[in-house]
Design a protein. Structure first.
Length: 266
């Protein structure tokens, strides 16, 4: 507890020299078996990974966010995603233009292996049911059941990767707008977390974006053609934070979010 408090107090004013792991993914790798696809290949149910906009293009790419693609809006010409946003402190729609998706901050993208159209739609419908719910600033045990608030007070709050993970963990069940008489059924879907239910050094089971990103058995990565994204230019060179500082970064994010919203921390 002292360690987390210390990092939360220090990190907002000190930018650490991040260590990162470089992973080079070859063209013939099953991990990155599809690259440089057209933007039209982005399909509902796909995953978009993103790194912080505040970092310049030459900064080592850090994947810190993920979103679920919903559909393309023909009226506005925008691509519609659902995200759990730390900035806006809620689950919301995110609208992006083609130029933004082909820019330097988006990518890679991913398809969930072996997920059929029904499962993808169920995942989308589950995510839609969470719209408007609060962003979870406490990165503790993940939960796929938003109704489990009796056992987990944060069950109906989400951080980005937890929402995406839960959407597919519940993909074997439908989530119609009107709640069935017997209620919704949760669980027993596709587990995108490469660590399963293993706990970290703080005894929490957390799913970070990187745990989904580096799960080749469950996802298939691809990049968009003509993208200016740093990943595309290096054909799959991805830089991710080493495990030693993941907890530091998340403690920093938690403190930065809640120090301006004292009521949220109570």
């Amino acid at each position: 507890m002292f360690f987390l408090l210390f990092t939360a107090l220090v990190l907002p004013t000190v930018i650490p020299q991040f260590n990162y792991i470089q992973i080079n993914v070859q063209r013939d790798s099953t991990f990155l078996s599809v690259i440089n696809q057209n933007l039209s290949r982005l399909e509902p149910g796909d995953i978009a990974f993103k790194h912080p906009d505040v970092f310049p293009d030459f900064f080592p790419t850090i994947i810190d966010h993920c979103l679920l693609f919903i559909n393309y809006d023909n009226k506005t010409g925008e691509y519609v995603f659902i995200e759990a946003s730390m900035v806006d402190s809620k689950v919301q729609y995110k609208y992006e233009t083609e130029s933004e998706l082909l820019g330097p901050f988006y990518g890679p993208f991913a398809k969930v292996r072996y997920a059929n159209e029904t499962q993808k739609q169920n995942a989308i419908d589950f995510a839609k049911k969470q719209l408007g719910k609060s962003f979870q600033g406490e990165w503790i045990n993940k939960n796929y059941n938003p109704e489990d608030t009796k056992n987990d007070p944060y069950a109906d709050e989400w951080y980005c990767s937890e929402l995406l993970w839960a959407s597919y963990y519940n993909c074997n069940h439908p989530f119609p707008e009107e709640k069935p008489v017997d209620g919704y059924v949760y669980g027993e879907g596709i587990d995108l977390d490469r660590n399963g239910w293993k706990k970290n050094i703080f005894n929490y089971s957390i799913v970070a974006p990187r745990e989904i990103l580096y799960n080749p058995l469950k996802i298939q990565l691809y990049y968009l053609s003509n993208s200016s994204n740093i990943h595309s230019r290096s054909y799959g060179k991805i830089n991710v934070l080493s495990s030693e500082i993941i907890s530091l970064l998340w403690a920093h994010q938690f403190y930065s979010n809640y120090r301006f919203n004292p009521a949220k921390a109570s």
